[in-house]
Design a protein around this ligand. Structure first.
Ligand code: AMP
Length: 176
């Protein structure tokens, strides 16, 4: 059953950013401190079931959720950014999105060999972004322990793309 607290806070925007896409807008969570807190606590509870050394967060909405979690759990926060934003030496990966293409980068220095890393984003659609992040993390000699999102869109088949790693989301939506 859907979590009503989260469901009520997420607005559906049809045909955004392209015709045929239903955009799940999480800003309704952020403007409601009770719901935001509720989501963060649920994500913290999931993190506590794992043995992780760091959290890698996807720009930009992933940053918002990952920051309070990393701070509360006293874990390093690794930023996964769009191409050209990070000043240092980077690992890079390109991939396809539900809409469009993208390249992401992570500072080489931010990934330590042997680390167990949780990868976090606001929404998991095709899984392309998280899978590219996994490639980068593995280039750095670290491991992905699990993927975590607020929203999951399983009809876009992210489970196939992300394969054997655990995937946890707070709410899932079917094709609307
Ligand atoms: P993907 O790589 O296909 O799993 O896409 C995930 C990224 O794209 C996340 O950073 C989401 O914020 C964004 N995204 C993709 N599809 C949607 C959607 N239908 N609604 C809101 N955000 C989306």
């Amino acid at each position: 059953m859907k979590d009503k607290i989260i469901d009520d806070a997420i607005r559906r925007v049809y045909d955004f950013p392209k015709k045929g896409i239903c955009f799940y807008d999480i800003t309704g969570i952020l403007v409601n401190p009770t719901v935001f807190n509720y989501c963060i606590n649920k994500m913290i509870d999931f993190c506590k079931t794992l043995s992780i050394d760091a959290i890698a967060a996807i720009e930009a909405r992933g940053f918002i959720f990952a920051s309070p979690i990393a701070q509360k759990l006293n874990l390093p926060l690794i930023l996964v950014r769009k191409k050209g934003k990070l000043p240092g030496e980077v690992y890079q990966a390109s991939y396809s999105l539900e809409y469009g293409k993208a390249t992401i980068e992570v500072h080489k220095n931010d990934i330590k060999e042997g680390q167990n890393i949780l990868v976090l984003d606001d929404l998991i659609a095709t899984g392309g972004t998280l899978n590219a992040t996994k490639d980068i993390i593995e280039k750095g000699g670290a491991n992905v322990t699990a993927f975590l999102g607020v929203v999951g869109l399983p009809f876009l088949n992210y489970k196939k793309v992300l394969k054997d790693k655990p995937i946890h989301t707070l709410i899932e939506f079917e094709n609307e």
